[in-house]
Structure formats: structure tokens, C-alpha cells
Design a binder for this molecule. Structure first.
Ligand code: GLN
Length: 486
């Protein structure tokens, strides 16, 4: 079966030309054909997915018409789907089976979507390339010698390779946007709180958000509409305004829309090819009457430092639960009792990047350094958020690069953690500020895709998707798909 967007398939399902079961079968066929190379998938339960698809078909035949009914969806393997293993890309969870559904998964299931598989990721979502998965990295379908971007590597590859039209990832500091840029798909990081975090394994709780991934903004809107809404199980969850506009996303009139270009994001360090794609994209928007205005986000130069101090601090606390007692792996020790068992389990179960962050974060939170690092970083975070508030007085939305470059070859940054962290320079500021932002395809340079990022004020998610939809109704970059060798 040919690739299609969720909207195409929605039409086919509603007209009775397609069945959900046939879509699910096609998804498994594509996984079988391509995942030996692409390695996006960690687990499936085919019988169960097909059963869910048949149930969706019953609902369709009964005349139900709802946005995600019958559509296949792939889940990042840090989201709980009850009955399936949950690994978070780590050995430390070996043998752990999810005992419940994450709220976002439960809402998708209730709306009749059909989960197909759990997708590969950097261990506990820490990484920018996909290479920190304990199960080996997923590969970029545009060039399999290159990384797909991380940490939602498998979810993005699954959409780019047409396994399914929708996937869920998580974005703590860029993890749906960066791989979307590297693989030519569209991905949204909603306003913090718009999607429940219940059942998303915590990495850095004040930053983590679930993010939908698809070929188009209109497809993202279908998924977002099915999942958004407050959740008594997540006290930080909020209601999404204008949600009713998601089922049938309309283009915006761009006349007079002020698009802010943060000066700091267009300075040095951007690959020239990526810069050209951004300029073209901005000219397209300008051609429709949008007004480009320069804005400044002066404190974003501290964003990487701030993010990696706060993120690692929260990581050191959140990951203390993986101790060999409660979940997954347990490595007993002949001597030393419980403390030795915990130490051995963590030593053997956790990868180098995770250990590095636990060490850094524990250091930041330690008595002598708490004020100097952790509290200072919280203050910087407030200043970064304030910069955005000031920018939105001058502009309706902001546009920026997603990453300084395109997908890099495997191994290019693994020996230098700092250079890996720098891939996130344009994605972490919005995460620190809790703002909605998305990455969408802007074209190709040197045979590789690159995205453009749009950023909106808090809770303007729907309008942001409408802006992206408008761009996608003027361009065709998002319709380019990779040629896969079988
Ligand atoms: N690359 C960033 C990091 O390693 C972001 C990860 C994420 O968003 N989950 O922390």
C-alpha cells in the first residue's frame, strides 16, 4: 500500500474504501520489509493490534466518524501501553511490562486509534541522535549511514518510512523537533501541560512533554485533538483553547501576521545550506503578506547551560527509582547486601550518558553547589521565558532554525558530549519557557532534509498548527518521502 497522510487515510476509512485492519496489516508489512535496516521498532503485539483494528472497523461500519478512529499509531517506548514491555531504551528495565496505559495512550485507544509498535529511543530520552539506545540506534531513512536525530528516533523514522501516519514521541529539550528536522516530518511540542505526562516515564518533569509526529500539521491536529485535555492524574495538565478547530484545520490569512525572527538564532554557526532553506521558507510566508520583524532573545545564549543544569538535576532525582527493587533488572551481589545490589544493578543497567547526567545532576543539587548551579539556572530560566514574553509583544509567532545542521554520520558526536548537546541550541529555549513549537520540513540541502521551527505564545498551539498548515498548503517539501531499499 502506498504511503499516505492520516488525512488521506481518514478519508478512505470514512468512505468505506479502506479498513483499519488493512492499514494495520500494511503497517506490519512495512515494518517487516524495512525495519531490519532502519531499526525503529523495539516491540510489537501484532495479534492485539489487529484485534484493535477490527474493533475500529466495527465502529466505522456503525457510522462513527471521529478523527483518529482506525488510524495506526506508533508509540515511543517511554510511554506505557499496558501489557507490552516498556524499556525506555535501557537495559535497566529488562523484563518490565507496562501495567497500565499512559493517559495519552488511553485517550487514543478510546478514540479508536490502533497502536502498532513501541519505538526505539535514546536511553530514557537522553540524547539528540538516537545513538544512546541500549538496543542500537535507529537509522535515518534518507541516508542510513546517518543518525535520524533523537531522542524520539524510532517514532520519527516510523513516520518518515511510512510504517504509520502518526506517532508519539516526547520532547524534553527538542526530542520530537530535532529528529523531525533530520527526517522530513512534522512534529509538535505542545504548550507544557497540554498533554498529560501520566504514564510518560519521567526524564526531567518540568520540561517533559508528549509530542505528536506526522507528515503534516493537519495530521498532528487530529492526534492532538484526541489527546488534549486536563487529566486528574497530572496536576500540571491544562485545557487547550480552540480545540474544536483541530478536527478540520484551516489555513490562516497571512496578511499582516507578524513573524518574529530572533536575531540570535540567525547568527553564526548555521550551516549555509540550512540558512538558505530558512530564507526561502520565510520568503514564501512573506509572499503571502506576512510581515517579518527582527526580535531579540538575549538570554537564549544561556539556554544550553541552563537546560543541562536543570535537566540533569531532575534526571538525578527521577532516575533514582531504578534501583533493582521496583522495576526490571536486578543484579544480585554475593556480598554487600542491598546497597551493593543497587549499585551493581545501576552500574550494569544504565548507559554512559545516563550515568553522566545522574552524576552531573547530583553534583548540581549537592549542598555546596545548589545555589551556585541549580538556583542560578532557575533564575536564568525565568529570564529566558521573559525574553519570549517581550518578543511576543512585537510578533505573533516566531520562526527559527531547528538545528544548526542536517543529520550527521553515526559516531560524529558520540565522543564529544558537548558537541551533541549543542545540536539542541535552538530547541531548548522554548522547552525552558514551556511554549508550543513545531518543526516542519523546509526542503533539502546536500540531499538531506532540514526543518524550520515555528514558536507561539503559551496555549496558542492551535494557531501554530494553522500557521504550519498554511505553509504546507503553499509548499511540497513535507510530501517528499525517502526511497527505501527492501
Ligand atoms: N537532546 C536533548 C537531551 O539530550 C533533548 C532530549 C529530549 O528532548 N528528550 O536532553
Amino acid at each position: 500500500m502506498a504511503l499516505g497522510t492520516a488525512m488521506d487515510w481518514r478519508g478512505g476509512l470514512d468512505a468505506g474504501d479502506l479498513s483499519s485492519e488493512s492499514l494495520a496489516r500494511a503497517a506490519f508489512d512495512r515494518i517487516r520489509a524495512h525495519d531490519g535496516v532502519l531499526r525503529a521498532i523495539l516491540a510489537t503485539d501484532e495479534a492485539r493490534s489487529l484485534d484493535l483494528a477490527r474493533r475500529a472497523d466495527v465502529r466505522l461500519r456503525a457510522g462513527e466518524r471521529t478523527p483518529v478512529l482506525g488510524l495506526p499509531v506508533i508509540l515511543k517506548d517511554n510511554l506505557h501501553w499496558s501489557g507490552l514491555p516498556l524499556t525506555c531504551g535501557s537495559r535497566v528495565l529488562e523484563g518490565y511490562v507496562a501495567p497500565y496505559d499512559a493517559t495519552v495512550v488511553r485517550r487514543l485507544l478510546e478514540a479508536g486509534a490502533v497502536p502498532i509498535a513501541k519505538a526505539n529511543l535514546d536511553e530514557f530520552a537522553m540524547g539528540s541522535s538516537g545513538e544512546y539506545s541500549a538496543f542500537g540506534p535507529a537509522r535515518n531513512p534518507w541516508d542510513t549511514s546517518r543518525v535520524p536525530g533523537g531522542s524520539s528516533s524510532g517514532s520519527v523514522v516510523a513516520v518518515a518510512a511510512g510504517y504509520a501516519p502518526l506517532a508519539l514521541g516526547s520532547d524534553t529539550g527538542g526530542s520530537v523537533r530535532l529528529p523531525a528536522s533530520f527526517c522530513n516530518v512534522t512534529a509538535l511540542r505542545p504548550t507544557y501541560g497540554v498533554l498529560s505526562r501520566h504514564g510518560l516515564t519521567a526524564m526531567a518533569s518540568s520540561l517533559d512533554q508528549v509530542g505528536p509526529i506526522a507528515a503534516t500539521a493537519a495530521d498532528l491536529a487530529l492526534a492532538l485533538g484526541a489527546m488534549a485535555g486536563t487529566d486528574p492524574l497530572d496536576s500540571t495538565s491544562v485545557d487547550l483553547p480552540d480545540r474544536e478547530r483541530l478536527a478540520d484545520l484551516q489555513a490562516l490569512d497571512l496578511k499582516g501576521l507578524r513573524i518574529g525572527l530572533p536575531r540570535e538564532c540567525f547568527a553564526d554557526g548555521l550551516e549555509p545550506g540550512v540558512r538558505d532553506l530558512l530564507d526561502n521558507a520565510l520568503r514564501t510566508l512573506e509572499g503571502q503578506g506576512a510581515e517579518l520583524v527582527e526580535v531579540s532573545l538575549p538570554h537564549t545564549r544561556y539556554a544550553i547551560d541552563t537546560y543541562y543544569l536543570l535537566c540533569t538535576s531532575e534526571v538525578s532525582s527521577n532516575l533514582s527509582r531504578f534501583d533493582g527493587v521496583r522495576y526490571g533488572l536486578r543484579t544480585p551481589s554475593a556480598e554487600g547486601g542491598l546497597p551493593a545490589m543497587i549499585a551493581r544493578t545501576r552500574d550494569q543497567g544504565l548507559g554512559d550518558e545516563v550515568k553522566r547526567r545522574i552524576l552531573l545532576g547530583t553534583f548540581c543539587l549537592s549542598k555546596g553547589y545548589y545555589d551556585a548551579f541549580y538556583i542560578k539556572a532557575l533564575k536564568a530560566r525565568a529570564l529566558i521565558a521573559e525574553d519570549f514574553r517581550a518578543a511576543f509583544a512585537q510578533a505573533d509567532i516566531l520562526a527559527s532554525p531547528v538545528s544548526p545542521g542536517t543529520a550527521f554520520p553515526f559516531g560524529a558526536k558520540t565522543d564529544d558530549p558537548l558537541s551533541m548537546y549543542l545540536a539542541d541550541v535552538f530547541t531548548v529555549p522554548t522547552a525552558l519557557a514551556g511554549l508550543p513549537c513545531l518543526s516542519m520540513p523546509a526542503g533539502f540541502t546536500g540531499g538531506l532534509p532540514a526543518g524550520i521551527q515555528l514558536i507561539g505564545p503559551a496555549l496558542s498551539d492551535v494557531r501554530l498548527l494553522e500557521a504550519a498548515h498554511t505553509f504546507q498548503s503553499l509548499t511540497r517539501h513535507h510530501l517528499e518521502t525517502p526511497t527505501l531499499s527492501a
